[in-house]
Design a protein around this ligand. Sequence first.
Ligand SMILES: Nc1nc2c(ncn2[C@@H]2O[C@H](COP(=O)(O)OP(=O)(O)OP(=O)(O)O)[C@@H](O)[C@H]2O)c(=O)[nH]1
Ligand SMILES: [Mg+2]
Ligand SMILES: [Zn+2]
Length: 373
Amino acid sequence: MTETAYNYDFSNLGYSGRVQADYERLVKELDLGSDDGSSDSSDAKLILEPARIVKVDRGFPLVAAQSGSYRTELSSSLAKIARKDALSRPAVGDWIILSRPKNHEFGIVEAFLPRYSSLKRRDPLERKSAGFAPAQQAVGQIVVSNIDLIFVVQALSSTSCSVNLARLERELVLAFESGAKPVVILTKADLCPDPEASIRFVSQSSAGIPIILESAVTGLGVTEIRRLIEPGVTASLLGASGVGKSTLINRLLGHERQQTKAVRESDDRGRHVTVARELIELPLKDDPEGEGSTGGGVIIDTPGMRSLALWQADEGISLAFPEIAEAAHSCRFADCAHNNEPKCGVKAAVKLGDIDEARYLRYLNLVKELAEA
Ligand SMILES: Nc1nc2c(ncn2[C@@H]2O[C@H](COP(=O)(O)OP(=O)(O)OP(=O)(O)O)[C@@H](O)[C@H]2O)c(=O)[nH]1
Ligand SMILES: [Mg+2]
Ligand SMILES: [Zn+2]
């Protein structure tokens, strides 16, 4: 039953005091560990242990526990809930209560521990059935959960020092909304004639968060990124297909674990090389540029997602557009949409040139999309 493709070391997976406390509380609450007192009965108490979902692909979710790695299915009560509620489905990063019934091919997910952060998007396919107003038919989907850091990845190129700011802002809204700490990574810095100009360009839209220049070719930025992924930290990557997420992971690891593929210039068909969401351990290494070590945490590779529609992202929008949130304090109406209302502080700031007009228009688009979800 143990899956040996990758042997996860449970002690590297971020099982913290907080997660342990949740685990112990939930085992008690759900009464999972109790037995009926008959010492020799074959249906004596379940053997339970904490585990983390490390891979979600087309198969059954793979989890890693102290005793090994197992493919799992949901308990019948969880399966029933999951059929109706997309947010109750397994996501990479989830902490769970695992049981391993004898003579059963799979482990069983008995319960999910509460998620302390999660990256969510609007489900591109699923909608609630008729009977709901159109604006209430959207369904959320958890992309990854229990993450501490989220790297928003954009690729630089030889032809321009710019990136698509609308895409970046959308990703930042989702990243802020997740509850994890966002950091921007600009990959392929080796291709770009003026990386510093790219940083200046991107900082218009990056809400003051750190921006790291990276190149898998020269190694620029790799140690800096490794330093952030300390023991106990779960990092994740968010970025379009082809920006170099898996290449970066290989570079962080120092070997080619993840499959990567060149981008076709003509179109982006045939991309989407990574198909599974997968948690990867990053071994500790000596810091080549300083004292101490780097790495020791885990990082989640995800496929570049074609659709990144917003879902319940009010908080993410105000964090990703701090200057707009700030100017909104001087709007006359507390519920001002900064559109056509009189005495709008945001529109006044745009007029004065304190807020960039193009950015303001992109902001309105995101807010509109959220309202129409
Ligand atoms: N020049 C240069 N090329 C890079 C760099 N990083 C990645 N690439 C190339 O970009 C292409 C795409 O990289 P991947 O790592 O497969 O991209 P991905 O983001 O994982 O893509 P998906 O898995 O489809 O989401 C590959 O051909 C890489 O060799 C870099 O720093 N410099
Ligand atoms: Mg990939
Ligand atoms: Zn306003």
